[in-house]
Design a protein around this ligand. Structure first.
Ligand SMILES: [Fe+2]
Length: 248
């Protein structure tokens, strides 16, 4: 079995730190579609590792962008089905589901006019901002999405360095009922000190509704394992807070 081959005699995920989440709702493991897993072996090893830590369901959320990752929903659905079949053959014991991570860019309005979104659990739309610059009119855009019936999840708010705890945009979106999702590796310092600090601050403020791995490849897998093996702070966060992952 793939798990045995991969982990040999290693324990069953020690204490399954992610069991309380149940589902990971952010990952990039469909081979060859974006900056995520480059092949099936990578996808299998990341999926098997998350299973070892207690994850039973993984949403694959490839990037949808107007310029860099110009994925097409129908093509992605086909690739997802192939991965799903291969994962079933490997008997990894993880349910896979498909959604997308949509960048709010100059093509997003058009998407909203002709919606073909891949959503989480049929209702949550996972969106991300640019890492470089703020855009105007976000509150109105998010309101329009909500009026169309979408529940919006903003991916990793802690990672937009031009936005902080005092940002009126983040505060307004939160008031507007937008869900926030933090990346596990933000707490590990994987994206830098400032992102780490913000992740803890946003947890303290009660802003974080979902937790995701945002796992892309072996580098992320190894960083997650290293973090799980040593972080008592993250264990405390999972104990103290209830995240909506377990409803997915
Ligand atoms: Fe992502």
């Amino acid at each position: 079995m793939f798990l045995d081959r991969l982990f040999g005699n290693k324990g069953e995920g020690e204490e399954k730190i992610l069991k309380c989440l149940g589902a990971d709702m952010h990952s990039h493991l469909i081979p060859g579609v974006d900056d995520g897993a480059k092949d099936y072996e990578t996808a299998f090893s990341c999926i098997a590792e998350m299973k070892r830590y207690g994850i039973n369901k993984i949403y694959l959320t490839p990037h949808f962008q107007a310029h860099r990752y110009t994925n097409d929903e129908e093509d992605i659905k086909e690739r997802f089905e192939k991965l799903k079949q291969k994962v079933a053959e490997q008997d990894l014991g993880v349910e896979l589901a498909l959604a997308g991570e949509y960048l709010i860019d100059d093509g997003f309005r058009k998407r909203l006019e002709e919606p073909n979104f891949l959503t989480i659990d049929g209702k949550y739309l996972l969106v991300e901002f640019s890492f470089n610059q703020s855009m105007m009119g976000m509150e109105e855009l998010f309101f329009d999405m909500q009026m169309k019936g979408y529940e919006i999840i903003l991916a990793h708010p802690e990672r937009y360095i031009y936005l902080s705890e005092s940002s009126s945009l983040l505060n307004n979106l939160k008031e507007q009922g937008v869900y926030f999702q933090a990346n596990i590796l933000s707490f590990a310092g994987f994206y830098g000190k400032e992102v780490k600090q913000r992740a803890y601050t946003y947890i303290e403020k009660g802003w974080i509704d979902f937790i995701g791995t945002d796992i892309h490849n072996e580098k992320y897998r190894k960083a997650l394992v290293e973090f799980f093996e040593k972080s008592s702070n993250f264990r405390k966060i999972l104990k103290k807070n209830t995240f909506l992952n377990n409803q997915l």
